[in-house]
Design a protein. Structure first.
Length: 433
């Protein structure tokens, strides 16, 4: 149901986007979003328009497109459509009624009901839209990127005509095959998959003479290019596995954001060092003495026992991450300032995410809970201010996400009548107007 309060209409049991109201499809359980009395007075959102019966809103681009979107058929009414101008990227059919996309004119597929978009005389004189080009017969427009790609797009086959393609230059991100006819993407050259019909993109001599793109390097076979960060990363990326050969890796200099393992054979990311998990095959990235001397990166804190770097979000979270448990030491946690987006439990010993505190928990959706139970304590939660995008339930001590509030299902603890009454007057619904 909908109730009138001043100049504001409010939904009893739904919190929806504007597009859901008066769209011809019931979204509310009680179908109130399609109530005739409500829809007659409802103002359609931007870029949408009322049907003639005043009961339905449809997208403006759906007007006069040859398909009934209004249940009363008014969006395709001949008199209305003759008086309606098409959008900038559309054009009228000869009947003066239907609008179709400019890119659909003379494409060998009939879109106008009167078939005027594929009329031969019209197509011969028609100028293709930007980024499209006429076929040799003058009757069809195709995308320019489809020219000379090895696949026939023009029904007269002129887009793959050898003489035409030999004279045509490929786009900037493409390259010609040896036959001088076909264009393929540069990234497809020497990738071990044949794209050129003449197979020249995988010609061994060409691939060996080819220079790799910026940030890439050649494999030992002098054929394949791989990204430099994949060299000596512990996984074979070259088909000949040369990127993980011992001699290669001993001499290889890791990129600036990576560092060599102690064996000199592997590069690992800087952020993976001293984080408690072996990334180096020899385990040197977790070496105790090296980790002791190493400074942790931004947002990390060092354990004093094993010198691991632990994300600040895992300090005082109720779980031991340092082997000694120092990250959960009560004296330290009492004075620990939670990271941004986290709040303290009532006992001051644990940090949990702000959206986990005092919230309606849907199947553990919000993560860790307070060990002292304060995230569900009525007194504590009554004084708690819900985080952004959350609202207080009618019971005054639970926070519920705005998308769940007044959704038709009871989310808050307490009497369902309280929640229904709350939703009648909830300001979240005010966005209707």
């Amino acid at each position: 149901m909908f109730a009138q309060r001043g100049n504001v209409l409010m939904a009893y049991n739904v919190s929806k986007t504007k597009l859901a109201f008066c769209n011809g499809h019931a979204d509310c359980n009680d179908r109130s979003d399609e109530d005739p009395g409500f829809c007659q007075d409802y103002n359609c959102s931007e870029y949408r328009q009322k049907c003639a019966d005043g009961l339905q809103c449809i997208d403006e681009y759906s007007l006069c497109d040859g398909r009934d979107d209004c249940t009363d058929g008014s969006d395709e009414d001949p008199d209305f459509c003759r008086a309606t101008e098409c959008d900038n990227d559309n054009v009228k059919c000869d009947d003066g009624i239907q609008c179709i996309y400019k890119s659909d004119v003379c494409n060998k597929y009939t879109d106008c009901k009167d078939k005027s978009d594929e009329d031969e005389d019209m197509c011969k004189d028609y100028n293709c839209s930007e980024y499209r080009q006429k076929c040799a017969d003058g009757l069809q427009c195709i995308d320019k990127y489809s020219l000379c790609n090895g696949r026939r797009d023009c029904t007269d086959r002129s887009d793959e005509d050898p003489d035409f393609c030999r004279a045509k230059e490929c786009d900037n991100d493409n390259v010609k095959c040896d036959d001088g006819i076909q264009c393929i993407y540069k990234r497809d050259v020497c990738d071990k998959y044949t794209h050129c019909k003449d197979k020249s993109d995988e010609n061994e001599d060409i691939c060996k003479a080819r220079e790799c793109e910026l940030g890439e390097t050649k494999c030992a076979d002098n054929y394949q290019c791989i990204h430099k960060d994949r060299v000596c990363d512990g996984f074979a990326n070259c088909n000949d596995e040369s990127d993980e050969e011992t001699r290669t890796c001993e001499e290889y200099n890791c990129s600036d954001d990576r560092t060599k393992c102690a064996d000199g054979l592997q590069c690992v990311r800087q952020e993976d060092i001293c984080e408690g998990k072996d990334d180096c095959r020899d385990g040197s990235d977790e070496d105790r003495q090296k980790c002791k001397a190493r400074e942790c990166g931004y947002g990390f804190r060092k354990c004093n026992d094993d010198y691991r770097c632990i994300n600040e979000e895992h300090w005082c979270d109720g779980r031991d991450d340092c082997s000694s448990g120092e990250d959960e030491d009560p004296n330290m946690c009492l004075h620990y300032e939670c990271p941004v987006g986290f709040v303290k439990c009532k006992d001051g010993l644990q940090c949990i995410r702000a959206f986990s505190m005092c919230t309606v928990n849907v199947a553990g959706l919000w993560g860790l809970e307070c060990k002292d139970g304060s995230d569900n304590d009525t007194d504590h939660c009554s004084a708690y201010e819900c985080p952004m995008y959350f609202e207080k339930c009618p019971n005054g001590h639970q926070c519920v996400h705005q998308t769940m509030l007044c959704s038709g299902a009871q989310m808050c603890d307490g009497e369902s009548e309280d929640e229904e009454q709350f939703c009648k007057s909830n300001s979240l619904i005010n966005f209707l107007y």
